[in-house]
Design a protein around this ligand. Sequence first.
Ligand SMILES: Cc1cc2nc3c(=O)[nH]c(=O)nc-3n(C[C@H](O)[C@H](O)[C@H](O)COP(=O)(O)OP(=O)(O)OC[C@H]3O[C@@H](n4cnc5c(N)ncnc54)[C@H](O)[C@@H]3O)c2cc1C
Length: 497
Amino acid sequence: MPDYDVVVIGAGNGGLTAAAGLAKNGHKTLLLEKHNVPGGCATSFIRGRFEFEVALHQLSGLGFPEFPGPLRGVLNELGVADKIDFIQQKNLYRIVVPGEMDINLKAERAAAEEALIREFPAEKEGIKKFFDLLYAFCLEAVGVLFMNDPEASPEKYPLFFKLALKDTKGILDEYLKNRSLQNAVSIYWSYAGLPPSKLSFMEFAMTLWAYLEFKPWHIKGGSQAMSNAICDAFINFGGDVRFNCSAKKINVENGKIKSVITEYGDEISTKFVVSNAGPIPTLIDMIGAENCPADELKTLNARTIGLSAFTIYMGFDCNPADMGIDKATNFICSTSDADYAHKKMKTLDGAEFSLLTCYDVDDPDFSPPGACQASLVTLQYMEPWMRIPQAKYYDTKCRFAENLIDLAEKVFPDIRKHLEEVEPATPLTHMRYLGHPGGSIYGSEHFTRETSMFVQSKSTIQGLHFTGAWNGAGGFQPTLQSGASAARQISRLLKKQ
Ligand SMILES: Cc1cc2nc3c(=O)[nH]c(=O)nc-3n(C[C@H](O)[C@H](O)[C@H](O)COP(=O)(O)OP(=O)(O)OC[C@H]3O[C@@H](n4cnc5c(N)ncnc54)[C@H](O)[C@@H]3O)c2cc1C
């Protein structure tokens, strides 16, 4: 008898829902996490009197009890939805390009369309047609991707088959002429980590549609509260968890999983591993390339490592209104040229894109009374950060942070003077805490024709499954869903044995 039916490596979103789903189905499951708290990106940390949210800006796919989105389904299944206090965000986002545009889009289709038409009246028809297309496309995508319609065909789902793998920019060009308008509509490209010219319409459309239909949300107590709730459910279902305990090695025998060895040298026998640590550390460091199927390594080699983040966690000595912050989600860009903004993410020359999220706008109790917090984030590839000599790292980090605050101050001129706590995190910080190559927060990149739907969640090594951002799309909703799906697959296999 193996020690455990399944060992789950990593307690990020994907690892947590996989572990909880497996334990709920009665499988003896061990969860190993190298950090001292569950959540991966979905955690918080304390500085001074602030508990800072690490990653969650807007939770997608949740919906309402009476109109549940796919994510609520996953959380209901695990019995945790009722244990989490969700806060609905009223707006999708405010987007500002100083001197060029300043628009707020409410999280409601008609109101969002109206706001865009007010700003760009000449494009009224194009805006309406674009949203009609978006909705028609997404309804077909739901049939193909989520209902798994066995009769899916180009005849039945013409829009999906025609547009899913087209680039988003081409479709924006067809309907919307003004570049600022295109930017206002498509800024969620940043949630997928590739600009519209490189991002499939499927990935983009499903993101915008999911926020419009199921609304953006945050969580009382931050994403850490959700991670804790899922971890508690796992333990209550009978699962075992070890924190501060990395998986170091996975033993494979005759192409099948045999055991996992922890950093302390314990060998745990099992026939199934779910790895939330991503395929590169799992296959190369833990299993060893020499034990991996050549085809799988070839596929892995063809993937490129996605974006990480540069985030400034800021605690303020005042309320949001005192700094003129009245929307939770504020994209602040110095250009509407997404390709240029994306190119700059490969350099240390200052960001053209930023997102300032102030959690206290929708949840006034998020920070201590009379104070509030915001995270100011831009996206960055790891590459330039790796080249900084150690002695220059601190200065470079501070300079980059100052430049990013300069950009945000063009919209909120008082933020610097109200700063009480400040903690910048670079791609190296994200790599250190998550263990992912490049500190990637969205896994590998999914260019137009390599969308996340083509990523295999099951290795050719028998018993090895992947979950999390590297196993499909990044972001909270997809990663939480990916763990639930891995649990279902393995449960079926275990029940057959
Ligand atoms: C600053 C920032 C902002 C973001 N904003 C949003 C947002 O607003 N909305 C959204 O949807 N998404 C957002 N994201 C992205 C989202 O948080 C991630 O895509 C998602 O949380 C990744 O989940 P995951 O399942 O891949 O696990 P991860 O969070 O990557 O966690 C992996 C876990 O595995 C553990 N681990 C790794 N190796 C080992 C090992 N050998 N042994 C044991 N444990 C191991 C790590 O410690 C970690 O806990 C943001 C991310 C960041 C960092």
